[in-house]
Design a protein around this ligand. Structure first.
Ligand SMILES: [Zn+2]
Ligand SMILES: [Zn+2]
Length: 264
């Protein structure tokens, strides 16, 4: 019997309070489901999320961290927050800056603040020589302008939880970005997203849970966790004409490539 292929969750908010009661069990369940590795995104709320994600990555060799402040929260940023991010960005277990970007759907922070913070986080990524993880919602054209102006694709650039049109997927791929699909791709209404999957070159596709949010079918409505990545992987594999094993192997390799990790 061949070993089950390893899945790599490229975007998980495992530092959050949603997992305080059972974090070790959640990580054990992920491994049992074949989700061996994950990227802990330290970017929700203030800088505590970044600190917690780095601490998690320090004690678990299969977890790496990112640091930034989510576009929702950038209006609250103080000079002290920037200092924390600039310091943590250099930490050896921090593999990327993110999630940063533009969210014009919720508009929790003014567009101007979002644009300025996005550009500044890309510049931090350049200083430390690491890729960027981007959260873009209803702002794809403007986001691509900023990415191009700040030459983000040459740093390595992930468009996480992609929710754009097939044309957006094509445009990001043309820039050399990686495009990451979340559990949304399993939802009935998400046919345009499934149509976008084969438009992204195979060596640019990533998969993620974005847990605790956006649990895939058949877990929709529950708290999401890295182990549920299996369900998203099945759908993305079907859309790309790959077997589950090929998709798992390919996306794990892609995730290692963009975050500059040694493949398993
Ligand atoms: Zn996001
Ligand atoms: Zn996220």
């Amino acid at each position: 019997m061949t070993a089950r292929p390893m899945l790599f969750d490229s975007h998980a908010h495992v530092d959050g309070p949603e997992f305080d009661a059972d974090r070790d069990e959640v990580l054990a369940r992920a491994r049992a489901a074949g989700v061996q590795r994950m990227i802990a995104i330290g970017a929700v709320g203030d800088t505590a999320s970044a600190e917690r994600s780095v601490a998690l990555a320090e004690r678990d060799p299969d977890v790496w961290a990112t640091v930034a402040t989510h576009p929702h929260d950038v209006a609250k940023m103080t000079p002290a927050w920037w200092e924390v991010h600039e310091r943590l960005a250099r930490h050896p277990r921090v593999v990327a800056i993110g999630e940063t970007g533009l969210d014009y759907y919720y508009n929790h922070s003014p567009h101007e603040d979002q644009r300025a913070a996005f550009a500044r986080f890309i510049e931090i990524a350049r200083e430390v020589g690491k890729p960027v993880v981007c959260h873009i919602r209803d702002a794809h054209e403007e986001a691509r302008e900023i990415l191009v102006r700040h030459r983000a694709p040459e740093l390595g650039c992930v468009i996480h939880c992609f929710t754009g049109t097939p044309d957006d997927a094509r445009a990001y791929a043309a820039l050399g970005c990686y495009v990451s699909f979340s559990g949304i791709v399993t939802y009935k209404t998400a046919q345009p997203l499934r149509d976008a999957v084969p438009l992204v070159p195979r060596d640019r596709v990533l998969i993620e849970t974005d847990c605790p949010y956006l649990a895939p079918i058949p877990k929709r409505g529950k708290r999401n966790e890295p182990g549920f990545l299996v369900h998203t992987a099945e759908v993305v594999a079907a859309c790309s004409g790959m077997s589950f094993e090929e998709l798992a192997e390919q996306t794990a390799r892609n995730t290692c490539a963009v975050f500059r990790l040694t493949p398993p």
